[in-house]
Design a protein around this ligand. Structure first.
Ligand SMILES: Cc1ncc(COP(=O)(O)O)c(C=O)c1O
Length: 741
């Protein structure tokens, strides 16, 4: 041991201290009191200041770093209480004639937390202030920060070896974690935000002192020092760990890699504590109480943590920090059987002959556990691409600050309401948020029945509108053989030619007549604007106008279900119903609306909402939350600022032209339909369509099937597809067809 750790702390008789204060700070007749220090001399002055006399071996550069760091923190984060330096650093001579750098700093209110009661709330405050100091120091630089201290846990193996405390097994165990810190976020850290250096009064943290251990290191090393100090206080390891992490992460989030090593770094810090204590015990008998004060508690925590294998320790910390990766943390063995056993078996079937376990998404790509990459030609929820950082950031940030229900005012949700309404034609002026497409259609149903006083509905043959009991009844595609709810009539979906306005109106009129014959009256006519489950049909605008007119003639409202076809898929406009040129009475939105965060909506006229409001209130706990608003805004921001709906038009054309080319050469493929980035291709049979989709998986492409007979290949990718994705898809489809025939 050498330097500041070998050199005894400064010694000053009281009258000499008074002389120093008089001479350099013009403080006469002061009252002096003792303060603890490991290697310096700290003196309480008049209950207002601390006279800090550095160890004679301390370099001027290091003291300069400390004073500048305090200045930096006070400027960077003025609300963060750290001492202020009064005047300049001066040189004094102690009783033994050794020259010491001497400073006067302000005394912060409160008492060190060390030794006092510590609950989870205080522990969280300690985590928070450690984090805040680390953040405040982010922009600070000083050449002295490169120094190496005994307390630097990266030196722990060497320090432990020369201390003679043994512990070789534990030392070896933490070596990989110490090495891993080399690529973790680093900077100049306080490195000793421990209970000794955190002050509190009446259960509230009042400041951080003692920047004397500052050095450049990983921020998680800094956190490890703080966590170690808290854990020494109680057997309640996990409650206090959760609290420290909670407080810390409210200020800044830790990465998965940081949390993965944190437990090992705590062990390293404990080893350092025991080693330094053992080394200094003999040399500084005068300061024995201070030096050995943590020995027994350190040994106890070391025993508890050391008993956990590194993986277990890391797993616990990742659960408490929220960085646990479900994919890697949970054994993937027998997933299909376990899923079937626990989750209803045939009630919720999986896609594909060989079910896929996906673990990651990125833009138009999906990745399986074995890292096979698939081009996503199916998922429209990820409208702006999978795992888009703008959405994850926006939602995460909102969840991190506030997420409540819709019975409080929130600017984000009001703004989203207005933003969506601005994309709708008059007289659609009212939006009600929901959590899904199903819920949106349910609410539309309540609005329609209250408004019209009627209780029946008209849907297309082979329609799909949702999963609740009532929406399952309004989803003819889902009806079991022979099932037909009495108050639901169907109309023939728009296939083939001659789809005029008159034909549209006639189809509704026919359905209306069937209902009336059964003593029912329709409240609502609803149709997916792209007739997706019906086989992806190219419905002309005139036909839709006929549907709307037919609905009104029957006394019903018309609902454009844009849950699947909305959000720019048809392009360049956001909503497909706009192509018909006549406003529906109700529009429902969902799926892509939050890019995976559950949010849906009904858009209607105020007059319709008012009728429901005359007898009911509408409230849905998770609808219109601040986090939902964040997701909704993020999707619209990326979608509109990058003009994806226009890209969808271009890519859709390219895709369908390529598909038609292919169909002209491949007897298995027939008609190609779709608007925007959506394509339905007739396949020779249901079996052939299924086989083709499975073969596509083998060729790295995920597509689906749809249509009344399940014989339509459905291509409905995220709107981020560019030309090379279209080309890749067509190439893989060609190969899959070759393999299938
Ligand atoms: C046209 C249409 N409407 C409604 C729904 C129901 O939406 P959700 O599954 O979000 O409840 C769907 C879902 O596939 C849909 O395609």
């Amino acid at each position: 041991m050498s330097g500041i750790f070998a050199e005894p702390a400064p010694k000053f008789a009281a009258d000499r201290l008074r002389a120093v204060l008089r001479e350099h700070w013009a403080l006469p007749d002061v009252e002096l009191g003792p303060l603890d220090s490991e290697r310096d001399l700290n003196v309480l002055v008049d209950g207002r200041y601390v006279l800090k006399i550095s160890n004679p071996a301390e370099s001027a550069e290091v003291v300069d770093m400390e004073t500048r760091a305090l200045e930096h923190v006070r400027t960077a984060d003025p609300g963060l209480p750290v001492p202020a330096t009064i005047g300049a650093v001066v040189r004094t001579t102690d009783d033994a004639g050794r020259e010491c750098l001497t400073r006067l700093i302000t005394l912060l209110p409160g008492q060190p937390l060390e030794g006092g009661p510590l609950d989870a709330d205080l522990a969280a405050q300690v985590g928070a202030i450690a984090s805040r100091v680390s953040v405040a120091l982010q922009g600070f630089f000083h050449p002295a920060a490169g120094r190496s201290l005994l307390w630097d846990i990266r030196r722990m193996p060497e320090v432990v070896a020369s201390s003679g405390i043994g512990m070789a097994e534990l030392v070896d165990r933490v070596r990989p974690a110490l090495a891993a810190t080399a690529m973790l976020p680093s900077g100049i850290q306080h490195a000793d935000v421990t209970l000794t250096n955190v002050l509190a009064a009446d259960g509230v943290v009042t400041g951080v002192i003692d920047f004397g251990d500052m050095q450049h290191t990983a921020r998680v090393v800094d956190l490890a020092a703080t966590l170690t100090s808290v854990l020494r206080r109680s057997d309640d390891l996990w409650r206090l760990t959760e609290a420290v992490l909670r407080g810390y992460q409210r200020q800044q989030l830790l990465s998965t890699a940081e949390v993965a090593v944190l437990g090992e770094l705590v062990i390293a810090r404990l080893l350092t504590t025991l080693a330094v204590s053992a080394m200094r015990r003999g040399a500084h008998a005068d300061n024995l109480r201070y030096i050995t004060q943590y020995d027994s508690t350190s040994s106890r925590v070391l025993e508890l943590l050391g008993a956990l294998p590194p993986d277990d320790l890391a797993d616990r910390l990742s659960r408490l920090a929220g960085t646990r990766d479900l994919t890697n943390a949970i054994a993937p063995t027998s997933l299909p059987a376990r899923r079937a056993e626990a989750m209803g078996g045939p009630l919720s079937p999986l896609f594909y002959r060989q079910p896929l376990e996906l673990v990651r998404g990125e833009g138009p790509w999906l990745f399986a556990r074995d890292n096979t990459r698939y081009l996503d030609a199916y998922n429209n929820v990820a409208v702006i691409g999978h795992a888009h950082p703008t959405v994850t950031r926006a939602v995460g940030q909102q969840l991190a600050s506030l997420n409540t229900h819709s019975r409080y005012l929130h600017a984000g949700i009001v703004d989203l309401a207005e933003r969506i309404l601005a994309t709708m034609p008059a007289p659609l002026d009212t939006i009600l948020f929901t959590t899904s497409g199903t819920e949106a259609n349910e609410l539309a149903w309540r609005l329609a029945t209250e408004y019209t006083g009627a209780t029946a509905a008209v849907i297309a043959e082979h329609a799909y509108h949702g999963a609740s009991k009532w929406l399952a009844d309004l989803s003819s595609n889902e009806w079991p053989a022979g099932y037909r709810p009495a108050h639901v009539a169907t109309f023939a979906a728009p296939r083939g030619d001659g789809l005029t306005e008159t034909v549209g109106a006639q189809r509704i009129s026919l359905a209306d007549r069937a209902l009336r014959a059964a003593g029912e009256r329709p409240a609502l006519v609803l149709a997916d604007s792209q007739f997706t489950s019906e086989g992806i049909l190219d419905v002309p605008g005139d036909f839709v106008v006929g549907l709307v007119n037919g609905a009104h003639a029957a006394g019903a409202l018309y609902l454009a279900d844009e849950v699947q076809s909305g959000y720019g898929r048809s392009g360049p406009q956001l909503w497909r119903f706009l192509l018909a040129g006549v406003p529906p009475d109700l529009v429902t939105l969902g799926k892509p609306m939050g890019a995976g965060y559950p949010i849906g909506a009904v858009v209607t006229r105020r007059e319709i909402a008012d009728v429901l409001a005359s007898r009911y209130e509408y409230f849905s706990t998770f609808a219109a939350t601040p986090a939902a608003a964040a997701a909704g805004h993020a999707v619209l921001d990326v979608l509109t600022l990058t003009d994806l709906p226009a890209q969808a038009v271009e890519m859709g054309e390219l895709l369908r032209n390529g598909l038609r080319d292919l169909a002209s050469q491949q007897p298995l493929l027939g008609e190609v339909r779709g608007t925007g980035l959506l394509a339905g291709v007739d396949v020779a049979s249901r079996e052939a369509a299924k086989a083709l989709v499975s073969e596509l998986v083998n060729h790295g492409v995920l597509a689906g099937t749809t249509g009344p007979r399940g014989d339509v290949l459905k291509v409905r990718p995220p709107l981020v597809w560019e030309k090379r994705h279209v080309t890749l898809f067509l190439d893989r489809l060609r190969r899959a067809l070759d393999a299938a025939t």
